[in-house]
Design a protein around this ligand. Structure first.
Ligand code: MF3
Ligand code: CO
Ligand code: CO
Length: 256
């Protein structure tokens, strides 16, 4: 399947789905506290998406994924499965990844939250990971190449002594959850496909405090760091515009 260029009609649908996903992250924020169970976060988000937004939580049954959101705590890199045994503790971090389908189109976004009082090194990892995503978004425009995006992220992460997860990447998005192109979070400047107006894709770097290596658990979903050091992630769905970009999943507290 080739890279799709979205029509103005499709872009409006993407905007709507993306803003619903962003809204779920805002809605859930006050529920993210020490003592909370990840299964409860899933239940609240599921009911909100289905009953309030009249939308579909894309992860549910996606290639067999059993829940409506992904919750990835501390050394879980991505695709953590919410459950009622796992309780959040003071000092933890949790990435909540929301993808909704509205009118056939997907919006995909995630945020890493702090629980109570994080250690200094934890706070810095999460902040630098946001900076990696943000700086990569800021160079999006027609003519920017995929390698430029990867390089921007890798450079910032490694300058801070962190590592970039390579096994999972951003992706084109539209009617299909994961479509071409793959958006790698590492790479070389001036290499790879050129961006063009009307492309929509995610940028979602996973940055590790320690080494880059990951391990897939027996549940066939949960991805952890091999060294069990923490990992952070942020994700936005982005549109390439005529001269620049639009962050379709932008929240009101963010500036781009
Ligand atoms: N939302 C994730 C992403 O950013 C994908 C989750 S797939 C699932 O691409 F099946 F694990 F939900
Ligand atoms: Co994604
Ligand atoms: Co996502």
């Amino acid at each position: 399947m080739p890279v799709t260029i979205k029509t103005p009609y499709e872009i409006e649908k993407m905007r709507i789905a993306s803003q619903l996903a962003a809204d779920v992250l805002e809605m859930i924020e006050p529920m993210v506290f020490a003592g909370q169970k990840t299964g409860e976060l899933n239940k609240i988000c599921h009911e909100y998406i289905v009953n309030k937004q009249n939308a579909i939580p894309a992860p549910l049954n996606y290639h067999g994924f059993p829940k409506s959101i992904c919750t990835s705590v501390n050394h879980v890199v991505c695709h953590g499965i919410p459950n009622y045994k796992e309780k959040l503790n003071d000092g933890d971090i949790i990435n909540i990844d929301i993808t909704v389908i509205k009118d056939g189109y997907h919006g995909d976004t995630s945020k890493t939250f702090f629980i109570g009082h994080p250690k200094k090194e934890t706070k810095k990892l999460v902040e630098i990971t946001y900076e990696c995503m943000k700086e990569a978004i800021l160079i999006v425009r027609p003519g920017t190449r995929l390698g430029d995006i990867g390089y921007t992220i890798q450079k910032i992460a490694e300058a801070n002594g962190y590592s970039v997860v390579r096994e999972y990447c951003g992706h084109g998005i539209g009617k299909i959850f994961h479509e071409e192109p793959q958006i790698l979070h590492y790479g070389k400047p001036n290499t790879g496909m050129e961006l063009a107006e009307g492309m929509t894709f995610t940028i979602e770097p996973m940055i590790n405090l320690g080494e880059r290596f990951v391990e897939l658990l027996n549940d066939n979903w949960t991805v952890e760091t091999k060294d069990k050091k923490i990992s952070a992630q942020w994700e936005h769905t982005v549109l390439v515009t005529k001269n620049s970009f639009e962050v379709l999943t932008k929240r009101p507290d963010e500036s781009f």
